[in-house]
Design a protein around this ligand. Structure first.
Ligand SMILES: Nc1ncnc2c1ncn2[C@@H]1O[C@H](COP(=O)(O)OP(=O)(O)OP(=O)(O)O)[C@@H](O)[C@H]1O
Ligand SMILES: [Mg+2]
Length: 335
């Protein structure tokens, strides 16, 4: 199948092309307009998607050396995400598919993140456990089979990516904060402070990041400006250690509890170097197979969307053209 994928759920305008058995282009236009605000401004994101969607799709088709008339279908994110942003991608996909008389398939963005492990290689065959760690989600998911997901644990408050972004802001680092904290932490002492790990007493696989965030804030407030400047890298390293250790702890518990021997990472925080190194060590120690998507497929992209869409289109599924964005779309119906 020759497929186009479109992703516009947040602040990345992305398009990718899948030709038969492989990815042939993967274009991500990151919106720079949000940098000066230190976070995504929804209205600006929608407007930027409107400007970027056509050139991004054209670039993806050009790089894949395919004419749009030869496409067999379009996969497009329809949730979760910002309503106005989702609307731009979805309407673009519908208009293009109607004009070309080809099907569309709506893709759940979070399911797309899980599929990012299966873009360049085979990826994990279900059943496996996915650790989904992004700007909006922190979940441990048991993938019984593709399309059948059981949420084993999730955050009770902030997502881990959000915690990285907020810590970065407190440390006066650039946005998005995750990569900046990761870089600075590499030069600091993770034993400088023992920040709370966010364990939840009555639920062994859930997470909490609000206490950690507050602890970082209070600690920084207790320092003089000179001390703050001097200990920035140590605070970043201690914060990162606390944020990452609970992800590792709960992932190991889930693998053990459900007797699964494959763990797949997904979402932007899966780029984190401490997490990747620590989980590699743990996988060697405990003998489970670890799947880590390449860095450019961890953060938002359309390659994962076209891969997920291909799975469903090949099974003969398609979405109605009446499909609307679902900003709070979930992975399972009970979550
Ligand atoms: N090296 C890193 N270490 C820690 N966090 C990182 C790193 N790189 C990126 N991140 C974080 O990943 C997040 C972005 O990930 P992603 O693009 O998957 O999230 P999102 O699409 O905004 O949220 P969602 O997928 O839940 O809708 C940001 O919070 C960013 O700070
Ligand atoms: Mg995402």
């Amino acid at each position: 199948m020759k497929l186009l994928g479109i992703e516009t759920s947040c602040d990345e305008t992305a398009a990718a092309v899948w030709l038969e058995d492989r990815l042939t282009s993967n274009i991500v236009a990151s919106q720079e307009v949000h940098q000066k605000y230190g976070g995504v401004v929804p209205e600006l994101a929608s407007r930027a998607h409107v400007q970027l969607i056509l050139p991004t799709v054209q670039k993806a088709l050009k790089e894949a050396e395919i004419e749009k008339e030869h496409l067999d279908g379009i996969a497009v994110t329809f949730g979760p995400g910002l309503a106005g942003s989702l609307l731009v991608g979805l309407n673009f996909a519908k208009a293009m598919a109607l004009a070309l008389d080809i099907p569309i398939i709506g893709v759940n963005h979070i399911e797309g993140h899980i599929f990012s492990n299966s873009v360049l290689g085979e990826g994990p065959p279900p059943p496996f456990i996915a650790l989904i760690i992004s700007g909006g989600h922190t979940q441990l998911v048991l993938v019984h089979e593709w399309g059948k997901y059981e949420i084993l644990g999730k955050t009770r408050d902030d997502a881990v990516g959000e915690a990285f972004d907020k810590a970065a802001k407190m440390l006066e680092l650039s946005y998005p904060g995750g990569p900046a904290v990761d870089k600075l932490a590499a030069t600091g002492d993770p034993e400088y402070l023992d920040f709370p790990k966010g364990r939840i007493k009555d639920s062994e696989l859930d997470f909490s990041y609000s206490g950690l965030k507050t602890a970082v804030l209070y600690h920084l407030q207790s320092l003089s400006p000179e001390e703050r400047e001097r200990s920035k890298a140590d605070v970043a390293a201690s914060f990162q250690k606390a944020a990452i250790e609970i992800l590792i702890e709960n992932s190991l518990k889930a693998l053990e509890k459900y007797q699964i021997d494959q763990l797949a990472l997904a979402g932007g925080v899966a780029c984190n170097s401490l997490l990747r190194n620590r989980l590699k060590e743990e996988s060697e120690k405990h003998g489970f197979k670890l799947f880590t998507p390449p860095l450019n497929l961890c953060t938002d992209n359309a390659a994962m969307i076209v891969r997920a869409g291909r799975f469903y289109l090949e099974r003969g599924e398609r979405s109605e053209f009446s499909l609307s964005p679902v900003p709070s779309l979930r992975l399972d119906s009970e979550d």
